[in-house]
Design a protein around this ligand. Structure first.
Ligand SMILES: *[C@@H]1O[C@H](CO)[C@@H](O)[C@H](O)[C@H]1NC(C)=O
Ligand SMILES: *[C@@H]1O[C@H](CO)[C@@H](O)[C@H](O)[C@H]1NC(C)=O
Ligand SMILES: *[C@@H]1O[C@H](CO)[C@@H](O)[C@H](O)[C@H]1NC(C)=O
Ligand SMILES: *[C@@H]1O[C@H](CO)[C@@H](O)[C@H](O)[C@H]1NC(C)=O
Ligand SMILES: *[C@@H]1O[C@H](CO)[C@@H](O)[C@H](O)[C@H]1NC(C)=O
Length: 477
């Protein structure tokens, strides 16, 4: 008898440990895709994978409806282009009433945070949001407080890691300070967060350290050793810890060394750059998840760290201004298939990500270069057109489809456009340079996709415009 009780108690402890580990992992659910998995399919996929925290980039109604009743903890968001309007308290109250209070009922959405802006102080935004972010944050938290929700729902600002740094002459975490040009603003912001018991949210990207700098010691981007940096008796073995502790030091310097920190985004892309591939992504995530699973934290914060992985699903319509890798951050492909085995527990539980269920695809039909085409003089322009309105980022240097021949390049571009247009008949013409085929011409690492059948929005000319153009062309010829 006694033995059974001991076994049962051990089991309870193990189950408790398991759930508490998964509890710390959240994911970023972005929706900048030409073809989106239906929100209820995504929510089921989250549940099937034991993911119970998501961070959104807006508060879109269909997403919120799908999350209702799921119990999943949600961070809703206010995009940067709405920060200015949120400096008006009345507008902020409307936003909270419409996008938070409305979902706050039994069986509603379990909102825990409101993200005010997204990396608004990024140097590349040229200070555009410098004057609006703090007032917007204050108004949203005050509106939450006024609605009686402030104890459970906190406003925070997901910030890029470039809001703090260490001096060039002493580039160690313990010397971390907020960026000199925004130090006063940052100080005021963290004081406000602190008064409301709200966390500091930061996005940390070891991949970007590597992307921006060929001299960066590559092993330092991962967690499995190789490079080390000494700092006051502490040895840093990876840039994630170093970056996180630079923030801890910056907070300490303004008297708030114990402020809770959320890692709003962390991840590794799988295509679109020479360092963006499945091998490196798997190496990064394996190391990250093992560290999180061990709850050992960083040298300055030796405790559990709460993180949101970036991201959940690839987004083929994201801006590629930062780089071609932008559309390939998903731990799942566009159709909800895991890219590689990932054990979110980080504890070798051999429980790997499972695919989305009930995903509908378009018919098995591809659009490819027509080998019988006679006049190739406008091939370049047609490829260009296809790639302007679809995602050709896998063709670039170091990417999964970079080894195609010229015809393969054309086929890839035509197919991406055809799929982006949901296989609309006229979208596989390209002045006679293209044809449809039922044959899968994927080769090696390069996958010629079939899109999912789903709610989509058109990136290119609408069907009607295409029809009018076709009719006009007919009469002109
Ligand atoms: C609620 O959020 C949605 C989606 O982000 C946004 O379009 C809308 O303007 C918000 N509602 C209000 C009243 O601000
Ligand atoms: C920031 O300034 C640069 C150079 O002046 C300009 O090219 C870029 O478009 C600006 N970006 C934004 C977001 O305003
Ligand atoms: C922010 O405010 C300062 C001081 O009032 C002003 O000089 C600056 O032009 C403003 N910046 C923006 C982007 O509006
Ligand atoms: C195919 O396209 C890629 C990306 O535009 C380019 O780098 C490569 O040289 C092209 N290959 C051929 C054979 O034209
Ligand atoms: C096409 O073939 C590739 C392998 O060459 C495979 O991974 C992919 O699933 C196939 N696509 C379809 C739609 O069957």
């Amino acid at each position: 008898m006694v033995n059974i009780w001991i076994v049962l108690r051990l089991l309870l402890v193990v189950v408790g440990l398991m759930s508490s580990v998964v509890e710390s992992i959240g994911v970023n659910w972005g929706t900048m895709a030409t073809h989106q998995l239906p929100p209820n399919v995504v929510v089921q996929m989250l549940k099937d994978n034991g993911i119970n925290k998501v961070k959104l980039f807006d508060a879109a109604q269909n997403t919120m409806n799908a999350l209702a009743g799921s119990g999943i903890e949600v961070m809703v968001a206010i995009p940067n282009d709405q920060l200015l309007s949120m400096t008006n308290y009345k507008r902020a109250k409307q936003w909270v009433s419409r996008n938070v209070t409305r979902f706050n009922f039994n069986g509603g959405v379990n909102i825990k945070y409101v993200a005010v802006g997204n990396e608004p102080f990024l140097a590349s935004y040229n200070n555009s949001f410098l004057n609006t972010t703090l007032p917007a944050l204050q108004n949203i938290q005050n509106a939450l407080n006024e609605a009686g929700l402030g104890d459970n729902i906190k406003a925070t600002v997901p910030l890029n890691a470039d809001v703090y740094n260490s001096p060039e002459g002493n580039p160690v975490p313990s010397a971390g300070r907020f960026r000199a040009d925004i130090n006063d603003l940052m100080t005021e912001m963290v004081q406000f967060l602190n008064r409301n018991n709200a966390p500091f949210t930061v996005n940390i990207y070891p991949f970007l350290s590597l992307y921006g700098n060929d001299a960066f010691p590559i092993n330092y981007a991962f967690f499995d050793g190789g490079s080390t940096i000494p700092d006051n008796g502490v040895t840093y073995t990876n840039v994630f810890d170093a970056n996180f502790d630079t923030l801890v030091s910056a907070l300490k310097a303004v008297g708030l060394g114990n402020m809770p920190i959320l890692v709003g985004e962390v991840g590794w892309p799988t295509d679109g750059d020479k360092n963006a591939n499945v091998g490196y992504a798997q190496r990064f995530y394996t190391g990250l998840l093992q560290r999180l699973g061990a709850k050992q934290g960083t040298p300055l914060r030796p405790e559990n760290i709460e993180v949101y992985l970036f991201g959940l699903i690839d987004e083929d319509a994201k801006s590629i201004a930062p780089g071609n890798f932008e559309r390939h951050w998903g731990i799942f492909k566009y159709d909800g298939q895991p890219k590689f085995p990932m054990d979110l527990s980080g504890q070798n539980q051999n429980r790997y990500l499972v695919s989305a269920k009930k995903v509908d695809y378009l018919p098995q039909e591809w659009c490819v270069f027509n080998p019988n085409a006679k006049d190739l003089s406008r091939l370049g322009e047609n490829i260009n057109y296809a790639c302007t309105f679809s995602d050709c980022t896998s063709l670039g240097y170091g990417s999964s489809c970079n080894n195609l021949d010229a015809q393969g390049n054309a086929s890839y571009a035509f197919n991406m456009y055809y799929q982006a247009q949901s296989q609309a008949y006229e979208s596989c013409h390209f002045e006679g340079l293209a044809m449809r085929t039922k044959q899968n011409i994927s080769q090696g690492s390069c996958n010629f996709i079939i899109q999912i059948a789903s709610s989509s929005y058109s990136l290119g000319p609408s069907l009607v415009t295409l029809l009018i153009v076709a009719v006009l062309a007919f009469f002109l010829v």
